[in-house]
Design a protein around this ligand. Structure first.
Ligand code: PEP
Length: 250
């Protein structure tokens, strides 16, 4: 049913709450050097305080960089928030929105995540919209319903907006647990996400859909060979340059 997948593969690292100036410098230099000649697009999403460091270390390289979150607000009395125009000012390419750790620890709703995606888009930053079901939802057979609900307010932003996003499917039960979805399980969900995207038209159906959840060098090739998996969002393995680059090479 699917034509050949000609979408440019994308592998993004999510450093989460890790790093310091010295370790980051080593990791960024290694990723920069190892990215030369790779066919996949490679990027890193770093903690806010290290965005400028990433920008400087990766300047002139093919490795892009971005943030792990963004405010829905542009400016104002919102202590602690970081706005999309600020991220754009620094030169960010990406902003993760709706990561499961934000959804669960900060009670971010589907509408709130969509508002963050809209704020990023308005500033010219590509939101990477994370969706995924919990173990309980997975075991209850509710995966596709949960994903459809999570995506609905994002799709309501309209075709022109959604065409400029990236979606990341990250089953919550697979994040940081060592339990990856099988390629077939992930492909089933990715195909359903793409079908939902296709309701907004052919261009939106070409939006890249990344898989995330305990991707390792040994599991990456099987996952990325699936017709609707366009790359990965990588957590733990993104902190080890060699592993991250092997995943990108897969
Ligand atoms: C993530 O945090 O987005 C993630 C996929 O983490 P891990 O690869 O460690 O499961």
């Amino acid at each position: 049913m699917n034509a050949e997948n000609t979408r440019k593969r994308l592998v993004l690292g999510n450093w989460k709450l890790h790093g310091n100036l010295a370790d980051n410098a080593t990791l960024l230099a290694a990723v920069r050097a190892g990215a030369v000649g790779q066919t996949a697009e490679i990027g890193v999403c770093v903690p806010f305080p290290y965005l400028a460091q990433a920008g400087a270390a990766l300047a002139g390289s093919p490795v892009s960089w971005g943030a792990q979150d963004v405010s829905t607000h542009e400016k104002g009395a919102y202590t602690g928030e970081v706005s999309a125009p600020m991220l754009a000012d620094l030169g960010c390419r990406w902003a993760l929105v709706g990561h499961s750790e934000r959804r669960s620890y900060h009670a971010e709703s589907n509408d709130y995540v969509a508002a963050k995606a809209a704020a990023a888009l308005k500033a010219g930053i590509t939101p990477v919209v994370c969706v995924g079901e919990t173990l309980e939802q997975h075991e209850a057979g509710k995966t596709l319903d949960v994903i459809a609900e999570q995506l609905a307010p994002v799709l309501a932003l309209g075709a022109e907006q959604v065409a400029r996003t990236v979606i990341a499917y990250e089953p919550v039960w697979a994040i940081g647990t060592g339990l990856s979805a099988t390629p077939e399980q992930a492909q089933e969900v990715h195909a359903a996400i793409r079908a939902q995207l296709r309701t907004l038209g052919a261009a939106v159906a070409e939006v890249r859909i990344l898989y995330g959840g305990s991707v390792k060098p040994a599991s990456a090739a099987g996952l990325f060979a699936q017709p609707d998996i366009d790359g990965g969002l990588i957590g733990g393995a993104a902190l080890v340059a060699d592993d991250f680059l092997k995943i990108a090479a897969a």
